[in-house]
Design a protein around this ligand. Sequence first.
Ligand code: SF4
Length: 210
Amino acid sequence: MEAQSRLYLELVSDIKKCTKCPLHMSRTQAVPGDGPINTEIVLVGEAPGKSEDEQGKPFVGAAGKLLDKLLEIAGLERSKVYITNVVKCRPPENREPEDNEIKACNNYLRRELSLIKPKLIVALGRIAGKTLYEMCGIRWVNINVARGRVVDCRTNNLEFKLIVTYHPAAALYNPNLRSELERDFREHIAESIRRHEKTKRKLTLEDFRL
Ligand code: SF4
């Protein structure tokens, strides 16, 4: 754990001083992922927004507040999961990150995942879903096809379940999207966690009683 913590601090320091893509010119500060590195669950969003750029932490604005509620729906505490983004610096005017920026930043996401070795990753939105599908060598069609499906992923000696859902920011002002997002957390994500917890603990006689 000591070596893992040291590598994590190195990673945070590399991200904070990174100038590998043009986004470093307009940021207030880079925003590394946040949360315990001994967790089994990682959430990946798109990019920091205005509040995140100001505070240096992911998902602290209005979308972050909705994410806290969604985690609660899935029976998760925010302090028990690691939350990060595909790109670590805010794109100007909150535009989508461009392919060259996603590519330049991808090594940081890989390093985060290699350190944490998650068993479940929840991709929030199209950009995160597409990036993670491509990292795992799975063909990306669109978010409507990917959403709500649990896929087995392998990349860089890691094995994890991947679920794609909408980005909380997209659901802030769209009640239909919000109810679908809540359903994904209540059903698919909570169910994946339950299944994982079950395979982790030893079976007892109780498991065979009708
Ligand atoms: S977005 Fe990523 S690659 Fe670009 S400057 Fe920030 S940390 Fe570096």
